[in-house]
Ligand binder design. Structure first.
Ligand code: ATP
Ligand code: MG
Length: 324
């Protein structure tokens, strides 16, 4: 496999005051090949965003990587100085946020916002960057919208704003785009359009894509591999068709029981009807397997010992005592 990203034993924590830090991502290890799409699913609060932000050194105040490695093209990003990391962000790895409305600058025309990214990473004049920005906007679905680069974000619909945010993300030709819930705020039809756009771009530019979502259905048309997170742990990973059609972990089974249809509108983030209970408080995890209190397959040992990873086949990994 042509490995672009190798994450090893990553632990992400948040510190509040003098309390001991809370581990919100622990023991995370996974690989991503060039041109591959990895879908990350899991309920709210299971650590998806914290993992994604940690990869790029973008954790908010109080957040830090306690241990582990994030190797991108062989370089451990965790050890890079901020100035070097800034050269990687936007140019080689870019980030698409859930709310494009918040990610875009409200007082700048969208063409200028894309041009700014190009100028930050390339030796290029403003005039050249503006021309380039118009081309990128045409490529991501604004062909025929002559004046789109002159528009301000508030003049665009939610789907159009997300397209602009995606244009910004691909402007410098990155090898990896991390999209955190890029369609959650959109209605179901627009969700399909944006996922189709991401897939087209991914194929056209041979982009690697990490796509984070609450909704497994979003991943069906696009993901090559899927990773499932629960309470800060990766509990299952494998090829998308295998995970979606034959989930091993009881948590994945519960998540997928909520359905794989995107239309009609899926339910927003919240407790899952198919799994009783709620995810645990990460600052006070139960002993044993964190999913045990909600698991219908739980055995006595699950309440006393944490599961370790079991490998099955070439790329299937599951963290559940049942499979050890
Ligand atoms: N800035 C922060 N300070 C302290 N704790 C935080 C911070 N951001 C997130 N957390 C905690 O980290 C844990 C993981 O949160 P995270 O946002 O990574 O989850 P998520 O899977 O992305 O959830 P969602 O699906 O709701 O976006 C949660 O317990 C959350 O409360
Ligand atoms: Mg999140």
């Amino acid at each position: 496999m042509d490995r672009l990203l190798e994450v090893r034993d990553l632990r992400v924590c948040y510190r509040k005051g003098t309390e001991p830090p809370t581990h919100v991502v622990d023991n995370a290890s996974f690989d991503l090949a060039a041109g591959e799409t990895l879908g990350i699913i899991g309920e709210s609060g299971c650590g998806k965003t914290s993992l994604a932000l940690a990869l790029l050194g973008l954790l908010p105040r109080g957040g830090f990587v306690q241990c582990g490695e994030v190797r991108f093209k062989g370089t451990n990003l965790i050890e890079l100085h901020e100035a070097d990391l800034q050269r990687v962000r936007g140019a080689e790895i870019s980030f698409v946020h859930q709310d494009a409305g918040l990610a875009l600058n409200p007082v700048l025309r969208v063409g200028d916002q894309i041009a700014e990214v190009l100028i930050a990473h390339r030796r290029i004049s403003f005039r050249q960057a503006s021309g380039e920005a118009r081309k990128i906007l045409a490529q991501i679905g604004f062909a025929g919208h002559e004046q789109i680069d002159r528009a301000f974000p508030h003049q665009l619909s939610g789907g159009q704003k997300q397209r602009v945010a995606i244009a910004q993300a691909i402007a410098c030709g990155p090898a990896l785009v991390i999209a955190d819930e890029p369609v959650t705020a959109l209605d179901a039809l627009v969700q399909v359009e944006i996922i189709t756009l991401l897939k087209t771009l991914q194929q056209h530019f041979h982009l690697a894509l990490i796509l984070i979502t609450h909704t497994p259905a979003v991943l069906v048309p696009i993901a090559h591999r899927i990773m499932v997170m629960y309470a800060g742990r990766i509990v299952e990973q494998g090829l998308a068709p295998e995970v979606l059609q034959a989930p091993l972990h009881p948590y994945t089974q519960g998540l997928l029981d909520s359905g794989l249809d995107l239309l009609p509108q899926e339910s927003p983030a919240g407790p899952l009807s198919s799994i009783p209970g709620e995810p645990p408080n990460l600052a006070a995890l139960p002993a044993g397997c964190a999913f045990a209190p909600r698991c219908s397959d739980r055995m006595e040992v699950c309440q006393t010992r944490e599961p370790v990873e079991s490998h099955s086949g070439k790329s299937r990994i599951v963290r559940c005592i049942k499979y050890e």
